[in-house]
Design a protein around this ligand. Structure first.
Ligand code: GAR
Length: 186
């Protein structure tokens, strides 16, 4: 049995999609969903799917071992970052396998501050013809870990950050869960 926790800061469409995907895999257990935002919609989505959902503070995350130790106690082995924005403390990197999704073709458009619509705005501003998603392992620097999967999509001249975000979300929903599964059972 592989036990996963999901970290997310926002709406949580990826978190929901991952929970649904693994419902049919008896070898995977989604233990819990965690957010650094009390009112993040991801917490509602998780509860509606019967998955425990918790808020955590900066103090519990990086100024103490509280969250780290809680996850170890639960037998969590893998942490999936599904739209999670804080840099991961070294203790987590040492104890867990962490898998992130980034809404662009890394190494372009990565790093601190490059998330969500900021990424899509920069891609459009630079007149890129192509964007995509990167699923990657997490190390101690933002967006620098080993790539597990990239998928591309076109960027059209009349795209707005919103229309591009929608195309990127479709790619994420199509490929993120199976990329996690392939890595876990490789
Ligand atoms: C996703 O597009 C994900 O790639 C992005 O946040 C969005 C979350 O959407 N992550 C980052 O930008 C991380 N740097 P969701 O809340 O609907 O899953």
């Amino acid at each position: 049995m592989r036990t996963i926790a999901i970290f997310a800061s926002g709406s949580g469409s990826n978190a929901e999609n991952i929970i649904r995907y693994f419902q049919s895999n008896p070898s995977v257990r989604i233990d819990s969903v965690w957010s650094n935002k009390k009112d993040a919609f991801v917490l509602e989505r998780a509860k509606n799917l019967g998955v425990e959902a918790n808020f955590f503070t900066r103090e519990a995350f990086s100024e103490s071992d509280k969250l780290h130790d809680e996850l170890l106690k639960r037998g969590v082995e893998v942490i999936v970052l599904a739209g999670f924005l804080w840099l991961i403390p070294p203790a987590f990197i040492d104890s867990f396998t962490l898998i992130n999704i980034h809404p662009a073709l890394l190494p372009k458009y990565g790093g601190k501050g490059m998330y969500g619509s900021f990424v899509h705005e920069a891609v459009i501003q630079n007149h890129e013809k192509e964007s995509g998603i990167t699923v990657h392992l997490v190390n101690k620097e933002y967006d620098k870990g080993e790539h597990l999967l990239q998928k591309t999509c076109p960027v059209f001249p009349d795209d707005s950050p919103e229309t591009l975000a929608q195309r990127i979300h479709e790619l994420e929903h199509a490929y993120f869960p199976s990329a996690i599964e392939s890595y876990l059972f490789k």
